[in-house]
Design a protein around this ligand. Structure first.
Ligand SMILES: Nc1nc2c(ncn2[C@@H]2O[C@H](COP(=O)(O)OP(=O)(O)OP(=O)(O)O)[C@@H](O)[C@H]2O)c(=O)[nH]1
Ligand SMILES: [Mg+2]
Length: 228
């Protein structure tokens, strides 16, 4: 006697299909490839694509965040040693090799061991970049919530304020969220929301992959407003 056949196995409903926006955004992020590195602004190539800058204190987790979002281990240099990223590194994004956005990993600021002259020089490069980079579409400010926003972060917010008022997109990511418990996370989030003056704030953890999909989707929407 043959065993009666059961109903055909239902197709898994949780598997992300091409219509899942978060999966689509992550797929897009995964296309990231190295474009160029530049010690100062003059060496940055002009291009016609929206650029997203990752900025923040040294050691805040910028390079790690880029590696996590792009699901690539060593695209951007991440290191325990603060000050690891010393140039502006650009990465192209876009399916089928057709670039439709660029990510910029910027050197961190505020690292105490850096000689004062170098610090001042870098702050100038950074301010120039933030004020004058023409196709800058969005800024992702990364902040370790255990330290909170520092004086240099506040200065950066002031520098970009006029551009944000003119439509530059802004997001504050609270990194290394895995180091905080739930109530600390909630507290950090509400303090940061106050400080960011109503801007977008998210918790992010490279270790726990927290906030990755939401961030990828937000960056997709900001760089593809026609599809949002
Ligand atoms: N636990 C934990 N550690 C993290 C996370 N993100 C980054 N780190 C660690 O923080 C350190 C600094 O990370 P980077 O990504 O190099 O920081 P950065 O902001 O690029 O630093 P600079 O290039 O010096 O400006 C590294 O040891 C990372 O492994 C995270 O989400 N969780
Ligand atoms: Mg870095």
């Amino acid at each position: 006697m043959t065993k009666p056949e059961g109903p055909p196995a239902a197709a898994p409903t949780t598997r992300p299909g091409p219509t899942d926006p978060a999966a689509m955004a992550l797929g897009w992020m995964h296309t990231a490839r190295f474009l160029t590195t530049a010690p100062t602004l003059e060496f940055l190539p002009p291009h016609d694509h929206p650029e997203i800058a990752f900025v923040g204190r040294s050691n805040a987790g910028k390079s790690t965040c880029i590696n996590t979002l792009t699901q690539q281990k060593r695209l951007a240099f991440a290191s325990k040693t603060p000050g690891r990223t010393q140039s502006i590194n650009l990465f192209s994004l876009g399916k089928q090799g057709i670039t439709d956005a660029v990510l910029a990993d910027l050197p961190g600021y505020g690292y105490a061991a850096v000689p004062k002259q170098d610090k001042l020089r870098w702050q100038q490069v950074m301010a120039n970049y933030l004020v004058s980079r023409e196709n800058l579409r969005a800024i992702v400010l990364l902040c370790d919530p255990r330290h909170g926003l520092t004086e240099l972060d506040e200065i950066l917010l002031e520098v970009i304020r006029p551009r944000v008022e003119e439509g530059l997109k802004f997001m504050l990511l609270l990194t290394k969220a895995d180091k905080l418990n739930r109530s600390e996370q909630a507290k950090a989030l509400s303090i940061a929301r106050l400080q960011a003056g109503g801007g977008e704030v998210k918790l992010f953890s490279a270790l726990k992959k927290q906030g990755v999909e939401e961030t990828a989707l937000q960056l997709w929407k900001w760089t593809h407003p026609e599809t949002a």
